[in-house]
Design a protein. Structure first.
Length: 319
């Protein structure tokens, strides 16, 4: 996909979308998620994403302003005073322990906001976050696979749709090969994959390997020591806990994870040893047992799909 706007930079690109950015004359950094407008399913997801971002209205989510038609592309536009960078590009370079902990806490904040609003993200990938390289603030994008929780209905098969590019971030219960339901802790496993990648420069398992699913479900990932990487043992324990195949052994809440990361940061910034301490002491168990429902989302997607099948009556849709 090639765009002709001068001075536009490509922040990120995956499969059928790109994220572009440019400074305008008002010294505002415009960010646009661009998809092919003739893909009606993606178009419906785009409308769902923008409506959900405004419904949630939390500071960790990049909130879109409007959708517009531009030539053969449909663009969802954001406005910012900051020239954000893709987190995937940022973590391609090694991180210090200090910066790892700062970024890890800010990433965890994204899931505290989502989970407290009763949503599971189910779309985690390093390319789905933006980072301010000066402050290390994080913004979350791409909400099209997010679902609201319910303890009354199981997850329908239609909710098992997985974008191909995020296979490496799947939790065991997302594969459909284990008898375990999807809940908040599914996001926390995927977050553990991202933390592992931030430290090791690679995900725990190679999704291109023909035995990927078997390895992910039955073996432990290489330790950081095996990869020749020096990591404080308590940080490795946190990552290992997140990557537990059994959900009951993971963190039970994003709040519990943040407490442990914050304790590590406090020790590190005060020149204290990152000694071992009991993990998950501040976990909140209650809501993590809820299952996922999608009736409201599916109904919204169906309605939006009907709308986008009709000819466009206007070039901009404001929210």
């Amino acid at each position: 996909m090639i765009l002709s706007r001068e001075s536009t930079i490509i922040i990120e690109s995956v499969d059928d979308w790109i994220l572009e950015g440019y400074w305008n004359e008002l010294k505002t950094f415009n960010i646009s998620k661009v998809i092919h407008s003739y893909n009606k399913k993606k178009l419906a997801q785009l409308h769902y994403e923008i409506e959900l971002a405004h419904e949630l209205d939390v500071p960790t989510i990049m909130k879109p302003i409007f959708i517009e038609q531009e030539e053969q592309f449909l663009k969802m536009n954001y406005s910012s005073k900051i020239a954000y960078k893709s987190l995937a590009a940022y973590i391609a370079s090694p991180l210090s322990t200090y910066n790892f902990l700062r970024i890890a806490i800010k990433l965890t904040n994204c899931f505290i906001d989502l989970h407290q609003a009763s949503y599971i993200y189910r779309n985690l990938h390093a390319k789905h976050f933006l980072i301010d390289t000066q402050t290390l603030d994080i913004k979350l994008l791409h909400l099209e696979y997010s679902y609201q929780y319910s303890n009354f209905k199981p997850l329908p098969e239609t909710a098992m749709e997985i974008p191909k590019h995020r296979l490496a971030y799947l939790a065991p219960e997302e594969t459909g090969r284990v008898n375990s339901e999807i809940d908040f802790r599914t996001d926390l496993y995927s977050l553990g994959v991202l933390f592992y990648e931030m430290i090791a420069g690679q995900t725990p398992y190679d999704e291109k390997h023909p035995a990927f699913f078997n390895k992910m479900l039955t073996t432990d990932p290489p330790t950081f020591k095996e990869l020749g990487i020096k990591v404080p043992p308590i940080i490795e324990k946190i990552v290992s806990k997140l990557l537990s195949k059994n959900k009951t052994n993971r963190y039970q809440s994003a709040i519990g994870l943040k407490e442990d990361l914050t304790s590590c940061l406090h020790l590190f910034t005060n020149d204290l040893l990152l000694d071992d301490f009991p993990l998950g002491q501040h976990d909140q168990l209650g809501e993590s047992r809820l299952n996922v429902k999608i009736p409201d989302r599916q109904r919204m997607l169906d309605t939006l799909l009907q709308k986008v099948q009709a000819p466009h009556e206007q070039s901009q849709i404001h929210f």
